[in-house]
Every structure is written in structure tokens, then in C-alpha cells.
Write a protein that binds this ligand. Structure first.
Ligand code: AMP
Length: 482
């Protein structure tokens, strides 16, 4: 199949050719004609499948064809909502590439940078607005953008949106949209919470699934090296030098861990930089640009910051730590082997990550091949994998008994408080229910750098386990577990 059979006009096809694409990916082959016909679409497509072009190309085409030819002051005609700044920037890049030969004006807005230039950019109106939820609502509240004439609404990476606790912001955005519009919803999986959300967005949608949910792409070679925790940085340096990997994306679980690792890599004469939520937007953009251009060989990223990173032919992804959420493993390794290319994903796994490994292997329905590296055999052995594909057991949360002042009940409440003792932020002390990972991650995104009430109101997806019962090793699919 070729792109010119999909119903796109010559100028848009020309932009596709200029990108060097000849054959549509499966998601593009299905989504493009469906969107062009004006249908609502709900697509389960993992990152790396070419989904961005799957909605961007027909969106540009439809806006060109529709009667409303020019955007008016402060109005947007199409809205793409993305969970992270990086993904928003990535989508914006695709939009400008595919609309380069046609009169379509686009604009991207996200938090962590000054709002004034964004307000100015919106003043004359835009055809396509790409936004993260927090900054979009800030702009709406300041009347810098009007959403009541949106013709086409795209919710990208809806599953990640829910994981990050954006549900309330999404609802607020939807409330501002006109009733009649075309809707496209993209998500890595169609979990129950996604279906619930979809009911409030899409109308009689065409459903498209291009990959079985959570299966890792077979073109990605995966293996793991059992190793002691303290030897991980040394093993990483050893592997990069031994295999002479040119461009390596390394995942670290924490921002602190990412910074520390960068210092160790630089100390070993390897050029490296970190990308995570504590870095300014400028530093993140610079780190990504240097990594893309090859100036920096190793990019150490946390999960959230890495979302949206799209580098053509990235060969190597290394998990220095396994992610705490099994689904993130799939997202991480999806950075490699993109759109048909081959890739390798290597994990360095210590004995104390066994439970996480089990969750990941259960999710991908496969055990990951193990390879010991000479000189790095662990003192603390990693137990053998047992592939258990049963659904994880449901843990029921005990309802706290009403306070009666009895010693027993006091004890319960003291224990509850203790579980938050490790959290440093005063906000968490005051509002223990906000310990949910979603909020922390939203903050990592810097959607609200001032810590204004919007972030405090943001809560977990409905049905998520309460903060004090959160289990380190659970996978984050709340509804399935409850
Ligand atoms: P996405 O899933 O949208 O993040 O896209 C993943 C990668 O696939 C990006 O690097 C795109 O540039 C690339 N890509 C998108 N469509 C095609 C295509 N038809 N042929 C080859 N590569 C593509």
C-alpha cells in the first residue's frame, strides 16, 4: 500500500514524501481514511507505530477542506491534548512538517516556559493548537484562547493522561469544547478507565487496534544482565564501551539517580546529559537537541521526561533501573525499534528488583533472556523467573474505622501518618490523599511551576488505590486490580 491511496491531497502527500516515508504504517493505513471520512476514532496504538502521522495528516487535510478557512482572533480550530511537554513538542513538529506546503497555522503551548509569548502567538488565532492540559487551562482562564469553535479534538496518549492524574483537567477542557466536533482518542491500551473516559469524548467511534495491548514489539531484541545494584554504573560504562554504542538512551528511576549517573559517565569520558522534571525546559530541549545531533552520546532520562522523545533509528535503550510501573517498560523500550526499525533493549537488574521483573514479564507474557557479564556476576542472585500470567490478586483496602479515641484506632491513624512521613513536601503533610503518583508526576512535568491550586486539585484516576495502600510492585492499572 502507498500513501496516495489514502485520500490525501497532493500537497500533503508531497510533505510525506519529503519526510522520506513511502508506505503507511498499519495505524496510518486504518486511521487516515477513517478520519478523512469525518468519523470519531478510538485507536489503541503504542508509541513507535507512527500514530502521530496517523492523526496529524488527516487533521491537516480536514482543516484545509472545511468551510471555515481562516482562524479568527484567539480561536483554535483543532486541539491536540498531549500529556507531556516533550510529546506536545513532538506532535507540533509533525504538524509543521506535514503542513509545510499548505496554509495551516499551528502553535504549541506547555508549562515551564513563559506564558506571554504563547498568548501573543494565539492572538491571531490558530488552525491547530497542541497543548498540555495545565497550561491550556491557564490560557483559557486568561481568555488567551477560545475553544468553543474547535472542529477536531485529539486526545493523545490518553492512558498516560489518566496515569498522570489529568482527568479533571481533561474534563475541564472538554467542557469548553462545542458539542458538535470530531474526536480522536489515542491510547496504548483500551483499559476500563480509558473506555469510561472515551464514553464522555467519542461518539460512535471506529475502533482501531494495531498491536495486542502491552505486547512488546517483536523487532526489539530484549535481554537483561543480572548485576548487583552498586555495580550498575560500572557495568553500563563497560557495555557502552565494549559494544561501541553510538546513541544510548538510558532510563533511571529517579532524577537524583539520573544526575549521579551522568557524572559517572562523564567521569569515564563518555558524553552524557540528563533529562528530567527538575531541569528547566531550556535545559531539556538543549539536552534532547544535543542527543539527537550526536553531540551527546548518552541521554539519561526519567520515565516522564522521556515520554515523547522520538529519535529516528535509536538503536539502544538501557534500563539501569526497572520501572516501578510495568507498563512503563513497554513505553521505554518503544523508544527503540520505531516504525519498523530494529532495536535493542537491555535491562540491568539487581536482586531487589525481582518483583518488578516478575510484573513486567507477566505483562509482556514472556520471560526476558538473561545474560551474565564476566566480572559483573552478582553476589546477590536474581531468583529465576517464573512466568505467571494469572491476573494479580485483588488487595482489598480496609475501611478506616471512625475515630473513637480508643487506643486501637489511634494506632491505626498513627500508622497511616507514618506512611507519609517520607514525603517531604508540606502539601503532602496537609493533604495526605494527594500522595498519589499521578500528582507527583504531573508536578515533574512542571505543568504548574508555581504550585498553584490547579496541581493541588489534580487527583488520581478514579478507582486508583489510596496512597497509603500503594504497593511498590503493583502495576498501574487501577480498575483492573479493583
Ligand atoms: P510515532 O508512533 O508517531 O511516535 O512515530 C514513530 C516514528 O515512526 C517516528 O520517528 C516517525 O517519524 C516514524 N514514522 C511515522 N510514519 C512512518 C512511515 N510511514 N514510515 C516510516 N517511518 C514512519
Amino acid at each position: 500500500m502507498t500513501f496516495d491511496t489514502l485520500g490525501l491531497s497532493p500537497k500533503i502527500l508531497q510533505a510525506v514524501t519529503e519526510q522520506g516515508y513511502t508506505t503507511p504504517t498499519p495505524i496510518q493505513a486504518q486511521a487516515i481514511p477513517a478520519v478523512l471520512k469525518g468519523n470519531d476514532v478510538m485507536a489503541a496504538a503504542q508509541t513507535g507505530t507512527g500514530k502521530t502521522a496517523g492523526f496529524t495528516l488527516p487533521m491537516v487535510e480536514r482543516l484545509l477542506a472545511s468551510a471555515n478557512t481562516r482562524p479568527k482572533g484567539n480561536y483554535a480550530r483543532a486541539l491536540v491534548l498531549a500529556p507531556t511537554r516533550e510529546l506536545a513538542a513532538q506532535v507540533a513538529e509533525s504538524v509543521s512538517q506535514y503542513s509545510r506546503n499548505v496554509p495551516i497555522k499551528s502553535c504549541v503551548v506547555f508549562g515551564g516556559v513563559k506564558i506571554n509569548p504563547q498568548m501573543q502567538a494565539l492572538r491571531g488565532g490558530v488552525d491547530i493548537l497542541i497543548a498540555t492540559p495545565g497550561r491550556l487551562l491557564d490560557l483559557c482562564n486568561q481568555n488567551a484562547v477560545r475553544l468553543d469553535k474547535i472542529e477536531l479534538f485529539v486526545l493523545d496518549e490518553a492512558d498516560r493522561m489518566l496515569d498522570m492524574g489529568f482527568i479533571h483537567d481533561i474534563r475541564k477542557v472538554i467542557d469548553r469544547l462545542p458539542k458538535v466536533r470530531q474526536n480522536l482518542l489515542f491510547s496504548a491500551t483500551f483499559s476500563q478507565p480509558i473506555r469510561e473516559l472515551a464514553k464522555t469524548i467519542v461518539n460512535n467511534p471506529i475502533e482501531i487496534t494495531v498491536n495486542p495491548p502491552n505486547s512488546t514489539a517483536t523487532r526489539i531484541k530484549q535481554w537483561l544482565h543480572p548485576v548487583d545494584k552498586k555495580a550498575k554504573p560500572e557495568l553500563l560504562i563497560h557495555l557502552i564501551k565494549k559494544h561501541q554504542w553510538k546513541q544510548v538512551l538510558v532510563f533511571s528511576r529517579t532524577k537524583h539517580g539520573a544526575n549521579k549517573l551522568v557524572k559517572q559517565l562523564i567521569g569515564a569520558n563518555l558524553s552524557a546529559s540528563a533529562i528530567h522534571g527538575n531541569k528547566s525546559q531550556g535545559a531539556r530541549t538543549r539536552a534532547l537537541a544535543e542527543f539527537k545531533s550526536g553531540e551527546v552520546r548518552i541521554l539519561v532520562a526519567t520515565d516522564i521526561a522521556a515520554r515523547g522523545i522520538d529519535i529516528d533509528q535509536l538503536e539502544q535503550v538501557i534500563n539501569v533501573d526497572l520501572p516501578q510501573v510495568a507498563e512503563d517498560y513497554v513505553h521505554r523500550i518503544g523508544r527503540t525499534g520505531r516504525a519498523g526499525a530494529e532495536g535493542c533493549a537491555v535491562s540491568l537488574v539487581a536482586a531487589d528488583e525481582y518483583d518488578m521483573l516478575q510484573s513486567i514479564e507477566r505483562l509482556i507474557k514472556n520471560t526476558i533472556t538473561r545474560e551474565f557479564v564476566d566480572g559483573f556476576e552478582p553476589d546477590h542472585s536474581l531468583p529465576e523467573s517464573r512466568l505467571d500470567t494469572r491476573q494479580p490478586k485483588i488487595k482489598r483496602t480496609k475501611k478506616p474505622r471512625p475515630l473513637t479515641g480508643s487506643g486501637q484506632n489511634k494506632g491505626q491513624h498513627q500508622e497511616k501518618d507514618k506512611s507519609f512521613a517520607g514525603k517531604k513536601t508540606p502539601t503532602n503533610k496537609k493533604r495526605p490523599q494527594q500522595k498519589a503518583s499521578g500528582q507527583g508526576k504531573a508536578q515533574e512535568q512542571g505543568q504548574n511551576p508555581n504550585g498553584k491550586p490547579r496541581a493541588q486539585n489534580r487527583s488520581k484516576p478514579s478507582g486508583a488505590p489510596s496512597g497509603n495502600t500503594a504497593n511498590k510492585n503493583r502495576t498501574r492499572r487501577p480498575a483492573r486490580q479493583q
